[in-house]
Write a protein that binds this ligand. Sequence first.
Ligand code: GLV
Ligand code: MN
Ligand code: MN
Length: 410
Amino acid sequence: MTRENLRINGQRLIDRLKALGEVGALPGGGVCRLALTDDDRAGRDLVTGWMRNLGLSVTTDAIGNVFGLRAGTEDGPPVMTGSHIDTVRTGGLYDGNLGVLAGLEVVETLNDLGITTRRPLCVAFFTNEEGARFAPDMMGSLVYVGGMPLDEALAVEGIDGTTVGDCLNAIDAAGPASVGAPEVHAFVELHIEQGPVLEEQGVTIGAVGMVQGISWTEFTITGTSNHAGTTPMRLRHDAGYVAMATATFARDLATRMGGHQVSTVGSFELKPNLVNVVANHARFTVDLRNTDEALLQQAEAEVMAVVTSLAAAEGVEVTHRSLARFAPVAFHPGMVAKVEATAKGLGHSVMRMPSGAGHDAQMLARVCPTAMVFVPSVHGISHNIHEHTAPADLEAGANVLLRVLVDLAE
Ligand code: GLV
Ligand code: MN
Ligand code: MN
């Protein structure tokens, strides 16, 4: 085989996806490997074992990012690919995992053919991309690019009250490599789309031009508990009501704004959470996203104005804290064009598209030319155990990744 007809082994890629999907497997399918849990550790061990078997030299940094380096004929910063292997609580087998395991499949393909690229190659997985347990999302790659001080990341408290630092220690996931090493020449991430667009358009490959802005805010409302039967409506200080009305407003806001505006209240709790007690405490999150930074700011301002006025009218206290805030990120035009041309050259249908989800690539874009390759998600379902991508599409995406990486490394 020559460099002109390079092809990955689709079955080998699927076998690794399935094997990693066994770690933290959920009844009925899917997987739960929340960041820095014992299951995350088992997933890390499996993937780093594969890296070593493929001859990669493995380094781990202080936030637990793992880098598998394949030497080139010349030294210098590697061409990097990768993603994450942590998942949400109701994760599928592909989100993140595909990008990492396709990177390993690229390496194995090159090993089989005895091809050494000019520049080194690197397959990485970054800690806590999901942000589901510890905010913000993309934490490992954010620290790697210098966007968050290590100490600050280690001190982040998760949804269960533990800290990133303690959990890194507990699963022995931190390593001695300095944060920011290795430097990177260029970064390409293969990922499932996680949305419906490619499937709806009947297109196999997405050349991702940008990632939309992300705004996560946690609101805490403090009111007064009282009897549900005896307390007149005019005398209530109902934290639950203010939370629910704000959540409903946020949903309607996205519908009203239209375009790329989306809005999600994904975490919501009331105390004392009883049928006949007015809630004295509510805590909920608002996830707002838009491709347009000005519109995202407008959405944030509207939610803030509404929660503030509802709280004043109800006589409750509201506090808020930002869990994550990232402006929209444009990828490198030349890199996006390369993904598009490579997909076309392989005979695949391809379209340019924004990413609705956050990705490690949006952090890497701060330090090197970066692009992403998307493949379709069946019914646009993700963060769900039924997340699925057809084997032929996995293979197509991995072949595009292979060609783009080899091209960048030559
Ligand atoms: C990460 O998966 C995100 O929430 O976009
Ligand atoms: Mn992901
Ligand atoms: Mn995800």
